[in-house]
Design a protein around this ligand. Structure first.
Ligand SMILES: *Cc1c(COP(=O)(O)O)cnc(C)c1O
Length: 397
């Protein structure tokens, strides 16, 4: 095999590693979630953390074309990035907005999550200075004990907010603690009941406030969580939050929900070589060959987000088969065993995450091998690796 025969012709030959982002699969997942939500419920695409590693700009542009109603980010910097990319739809900062960031948030036309009086005051001041409205979503604590205002403090908080010129109570939200980690949704139902009360209170005083609490697993397993908007992250990327969510969804919905993975991570083989029985591979000499072994060197490592916990247990896809990781993952390289596969060419493309032929390595597979969750596997993919949009796996509309 020559190098040329194994270069995918439409891929830049100047990349060692890249990720293909399947806009068709993303569109299909967006339609799937729209279909699961009641007609009046808006869909927010959660694109924090570089769109769960998928590339914020590529994902947001494709989602905007598909008509999603809103974008959820963690931080004001991410809201600014969306604006710089030409996204002009609704953006909500889900994380903490520091007082010193208030003017930036308003200039980025971002809605913000609030739960402390200090934040309200800072945004009222920023609104005065800039002449821009401060659209605030009150986050209510219902049992996650992460960000949120105690329900008992809600009335006095609203008194203060509604007395401040420039402050608009645009929404009310909460977040579930125990919905993707279990098939027992009793804790989530208790949170939901608390949210129903708190959001009714907010609505009574600010009738246009958008009520939202559902994440991916809530949409898939507890339809009563839909309210006015759902904040969907992991599912839009074609990844199930957990095995428990998959199981609950199967029992609840009847048919299987079709989520299509959006990201495929590829790299080119840097070297192939034979080693003899008794030779070692990699740092720490953790792998010792028991037979003549043909290695391939992959120019990707833990610095790229290829988890070091895949040492000795991961696989890459090559020539229709699986090549096991040998020894430890290095910072920028790792080695795989290709002895049982047809001989690969130098610069041949291997798939690290995604499907190739009939085989696949999913984020869930990697997470299971790493004692991690699929969220962590994709969110830590290095942002410096190029993301290339492709049109692939779209369901017929
Ligand atoms: C990340 C996040 C979401 C999205 O959760 P998924 O499980 O990825 O759908 C929703 N709401 C908040 C507050 C979040 O931080």
């Amino acid at each position: 095999m020559t190098i040329e025969e194994h270069r995918t012709p439409d891929r830049p030959a100047d990349l060692l590693t890249w990720m293909e982002i399947d806009a068709g699969a993303l569109r299909s997942n967006i339609r799937t979630f729209r279909g699961l939500l009641p007609p009046g419920t808006r869909l927010q695409a959660v694109v924090k953390s570089n769109a769960y590693g998928h590339g914020m700009e590529i994902v947001a542009r494709a989602a905007a074309e598909e008509g999603v109603d809103s974008f959820g980010v963690h931080a004001i910097e991410e809201a600014e990035r969306l604006r710089a990319a030409g996204i002009d739809g609704h953006v909500l900062v889900l994380g903490f907005a520091a007082a010193g960031q208030a003017r930036r948030a308003l200039r980025a036309r971002a809605d913000v999550t609030v739960y402390t009086p200090e934040t309200l005051d800072a945004f009222a001041a920023a609104s005065r200075e800039t002449g821009l409205p401060a659209r605030c979503h009150v986050k209510v604590e219902t049992g996650t004990n992460r960000q949120g205002l105690q329900p008992a403090d809600l009335d006095s908080f609203l008194d203060r907010a509604l007395a401040l010129p420039g402050i608009e109570i645009a929404g009310v939200s909460t977040h579930f603690a125990n919905i993707e980690d279990t098939t027992d949704h009793s804790y989530a139902r208790r949170q939901l009941a608390q949210f129903a009360d708190a959001s009714a209170l907010v609505r009574a005083r600010s009738p246009r406030a958008v009520r939202h609490c559902a994440c991916t697993a809530a949409v898939l397993t507890l339809p009563a969580t839909a309210f006015d908007m759902a904040r969907v992250g992991i599912g839009l990327y074609g990844i199930w939050p957990s095995r428990e969510t998959l199981a609950s969804s199967r029992t609840g919905q009847g048919g299987e929900v079709d989520l299509r993975p959006v990201l495929t991570w590829k790299a080119r083989i840097a070297q192939t070589k034979w080693i003899e029985p008794g030779e070692f591979v990699g740092y720490g000499c953790t792998f010792r060959a028991t037979r003549r072994t043909r290695l391939a060197v992959i120019p990707v490592g833990y610095a790229d987000g290829y988890d070091r916990r895949l040492s000795g247990v991961g696989h890459v896809l090559l020539r229709g088969g699986r090549a096991p990781v040998l020894g430890r993952i290095c910072m920028n390289l790792f080695m795989v065993d290709t002895t049982d596969l047809p001989p690969p060419a130098i610069e041949e493309t291997v798939t690290l995450l995604g499907a190739q032929g009939g085989e696949s390595v999913s984020a869930a597979d990697i997470a299971a091998r790493c004692n991690a969750i699929p969220y962590e596997i994709v969110a830590r993919l290095s942002p410096s690796i190029p993301r290339i949009p492709v049109q692939g796996n779209e369901a017929a509309p």
